[in-house]
Each structure stands twice: as structure tokens, then as C-alpha cells.
Design a protein around this ligand. Structure first.
Ligand SMILES: *Cc1c(COP(=O)(O)O)cnc(C)c1O
Length: 440
């Protein structure tokens, strides 16, 4: 299929793979209250309660969570030196923060909020169903030898470009499950090696992410002992991510940040299939309502959420349909076709999507390292373009005018969500820095 994108100020840039900002014409106030959505805000509260209940088990499985009693949290870091280096020194940019999921424990990426959550929720559900964990019993029993032997009869399967496989594989093995990860051709060798060392079966496909997921789904469908983590449809993944918003809200409050109609909050969320950024955005809308504006960010050759949402089509539109290649060094975002589920939820809730080229990712990765010792992988640097697009770009200015926030920008807060990087081996990270240096 080829697809004509509708007339839009961003269309020419998108088709020519030039960095740009698209703002969503369907964006509206209080979209989260739409009763026809396949999800309810109260489910975010349930996810938070699940995380709390599972925390002692998580701490039992992962000693690095001792300090937080099993909570998987990241820091909120205000930019100072990096802010200047990025060109955001002016007062017109308000306050600028990084939400450092790049350093999340357990999985080293935002996938710790999704993959780990889904595997642990499934484990508890299975254990209760099979009579392994009675009401009132200590959830830490699920880290004991009997539970491990029981879980080892099941396999957790997933398709991934790398990080979801890493988080699901780590979580599954920690509880004693078998695990199979179907990797797309984008997957970095070190992620494959790390999984194999944990005893995870890694199937490498010479195909893109969508195909890897299809293969995983097919294998799982034929065998009831396989539980498939479905990145294209999973509510669980989405809700696991959504709990990040209340963590952010507490941190912003602790930094003295007000979020209301006069003090807008902007979130810049790197997007692959849409689950992680969609979940965080959904949780943020539940807490901050119309005072938060959520933007996805995608590589210029893989803007799957942008082209689908811009198209207005009922059927999913992929980046191939509009002549783009899905080639990018940002493996966490190398996805050609977004999740239909996320597309439905975000239709009127997402403010817009901007795109970035790979060279910029490497430059920002290096700046973040040199100025504030923040360690990123290329995908994770994508959000740094956000304040620029919002404040300087014609479509950003039109957006501010439309939502009557042009005069509040100096009182605004920008949060750049950095999504992965702390597990990158030193050799690989040095290679990223070298690439950045060569780009100048
Ligand atoms: C997975 C991932 C994303 C995007 O998440 P999706 O759920 O695929 O949209 C962004 N950055 C990194 C580093 C990731 O691992």
C-alpha cells in the first residue's frame, strides 16, 4: 500500500525525512474522560497498587532494589550546564528537567516499567490461580525454590528491537521462567549476548520489529505453556508505564514546580511502538489534566506514530507506506508501524509528534555525558529537541497560540524523558562518543 498524507504544514518535512513538528488537529481538552476509550483512568491506580504489592517480591529478586524497598524509580534531574550547551539558557524556556529512566534499575531503560511489570503481574496471577499463593501469604514466597520450580514449566515470549526483550528476559529469569526473545534485525549484539548469558533463548530475525513480534505471537499461540508479552496490544505493559506519572508528580512538587493553566508542563517522550510514551502520557493526563501537553519524538525515518496519526486513517499506516525506510541507529525507536491500541488511546490526547535525525541524537548523547554525566543510548537522547520545537518552530508557536499558553512559556516546565543507556557496555558507549566526535 502507498498512502497520500493529507495536507499539513509538516507533511513536506516528514516525506523528505527532515526534522519537524506535527501538531495534532484532533487534540482536545479532557480527552481522557472519553468513555469509548478501551481504558479507564482508575486502571492507573490499580497499576500503582500492583507495583506496591509486588515491591517486596521485586526486592527479593533484585538486590539493587533494596534501597528503595522494591520500587523501580528514576531521578528527576534539573538541567544546568547541559541546558546552556543545548541552547536552552534563555529565561523563555522556563525550567528544563531530565526524567532519567536511562538509569532505571533492573533493566537500564524505560522498559523496566513495562516488561518487568507485566512478567511479575503474570507470575502472581498464575501462582494464585494454581494455588501456589494463598490470600494473606507473603508475596516473597514467589522467589522461593518451590515457586521457581513451578515457573520453570512456563515460557515467557516477546518480540523486541532490544530493550523490551532485555527487560522481559531479565524479569522472567529472575523468577525461574524460561524465556524466548524474538529480536528484530535492529537489535544490538550486546543486548543479545547479555540475554544469552542469563539463559534466555534469543531468536534473531533478519526482519523488522513488526515481523519479529508476529513470529513470537505465532509460536506462542500454538503452545499453552507460553505466555506472550504483546507489545502491540498489551494493556498491562501500557499500565505499568502509566504509574511513572505519579512518581514524576511527586518529584516536581518536591522541586517546587507548579503545574496548572498558567504553568504548563511539557513532556517529550521517545516513541517506538507507542506503549511506553503512551502509558506515561496517559498517566500524566490523569494527574495534570489539560495543564500537561505530551509530545512523542521519533527518528526522521521511523515516525510511525506521526504518519499514522497525521493520516487520519482507520487502518494502520506504516512508514514504508509513505516511502520512508525505518533505518535508524536509535534501535529503541526503530518501529515502522505503531500499536493500534495506543493509536486509539492517543488520538485526541497527544499534543503532537516531532522528529529528529540520527546525527543530532549522537551530538546530544555526547553533550549529556560531558556536561552532566548522563549516560544515554541514541534513542534516549531524542527528547532534547522538544523545547526548541515548542518555543522556536512555527508549528510550536501556532500550538502555543491555539492553546493560549504563549504568554506562560517562561513559567513552563519541560521534561525530557531519557529512556535508556545505563546498561550500554563501555566499549559500545565509547563507540557512540566516537561517532559523535566525527559528526563534529
Ligand atoms: C522501547 C524504547 C522506546 C519507545 O518505547 P515504545 O513502547 O516502543 O514506544 C524509547 N526509547 C528506548 C530507549 C526504548 O527502549
Amino acid at each position: 500500500m502507498t498512502m497520500e498524507l493529507p495536507n499539513d504544514p509538516a507533511r513536506a518535512d516528514v516525506l523528505a525525512a527532515r526534522p519537524t513538528l506535527w501538531t495534532n488537529g484532533l487534540y482536545r481538552e479532557n480527552a481522557i474522560a472519553d468513555a469509548s476509550l478501551p481504558l479507564e483512568p482508575s486502571q492507573v491506580d490499580e497499576a500503582e497498587a500492583n507495583w506496591k504489592r509486588l515491591a517486596p517480591l521485586l526486592a527479593a529478586c533484585f538486590p539493587e532494589l533494596d534501597a528503595t524497598a522494591g520500587a523501580i524509580r528514576s531521578d528527576l534531574i534539573e538541567l544546568d550546564a547541559l541546558r546552556e550547551a543545548l541552547g536552552y539558557g534563555g529565561a523563555g524556556f522556563g525550567r528544563v528537567f531530565v526524567k532519567a529512566d536511562s538509569a532505571l534499575p533492573v533493566a537500564g531503560s524505560i522498559k523496566a516499567r513495562g516488561g518487568v511489570y507485566e512478567v511479575f503481574v503474570f507470575a502472581e496471577e498464575l501462582a494464585r490461580r494454581e494455588g501456589l499463593l494463598a490470600r494473606g501469604q507473603d508475596i516473597r514466597n514467589l522467589a522461593g525454590p518451590d515457586a521457581r520450580a513451578f515457573f520453570s514449566r512456563y515460557t515467557i515470549a516477546v518480540g523486541s528491537t532490544g530493550n523490551l526483550g532485555l527487560s522481559v528476559g531479565i524479569a522472567a529469569r529472575a523468577l525461574g521462567f524460561k524465556a524466548t526473545v524474538h529480536m528484530s534485525s535492529d537489535a544490538k549484539a550486546w543486548k543479545v549476548e547479555r540475554l544469552r548469558k542469563l539463559g534466555v533463548e534469543v531468536v534473531q530475525h533478519e526482519a523488522d520489529y513488526t515481523t519479529a513480534v508476529e513470529m513470537a505471537r505465532e509460536v506462542a499461540a500454538s503452545d499453552p505453556s507460553i505466555y506472550f508479552v504483546d507489545d502491540e496490544q498489551s494493556r498491562r505493559l501500557f499500565l505499568g508505564y502509566s504509574a511513572a506519572a505519579s512518581e514524576l508528580a511527586g518529584q516536581l512538587a518536591a522541586c517546587g514546580v507548579t503545574v496548572d493553566a498558567d504553568h504548563p508542563l511539557f513532556l517529550y517522550l521517545p516513541c517506538g511502538i507507542g506503549g511506553a510514551p503512551g502509558g506515561v502520557a496517559y498517566g500524566a493526563k490523569k494527574i495534570f489534566g489539560d495543564a500537561v501537553h505530551c509530545f512523542f519524538v521519533e527518528p526522521v525515518q521511523s515516525p510511525c506514530a506521526l504518519v499514522h496519526m497525521m493520516s487520519g486513517s482507520q487502518d494502520l499506516v506504516s512508514v514504508y507506506d509513505v516511502g520512508l525506510t525505518n533505518d535508524t541507529e536509535a534501535d529503541g525507536m526503530a518501529v515502522a508501524r505503531m500499536s493500534a491500541f495506543v493509536a486509539t488511546v492517543m488520538r485526541e490526547m497527544l499534543a503532537g509528534v516531532f522528529t529528529v535525525d540520527d546525527a543530532s541524537l549522537f551530538r546530544w548523547l555526547r553533550l549529556a555525558h560531558e556536561t552532566q554525566a548522563i549516560r544515554l543510548e541514541p534513542s534516549a537522547a531524542a527528547g532534547f529537541a522538544g523545547p526548541h520545537f515548542l518555543v522556536d518552530h512555527p508549528q510550536g508557536r501556532a500550538f502555543a497560540e491555539r492553546w493560549k499558553i504563549g504568554d506562560s512559556l517562561a513559567r513552563a516546565t519541560h521534561v525530557v524523558w531519557t529512556t535508556g543507556g545505563s546498561f550500554v557496555p563501555q566499549e559500545q558507549f565509547d563507540a557512540f562518543l566516537k561517532t559523535a566526535a566525527e559528526l563534529g
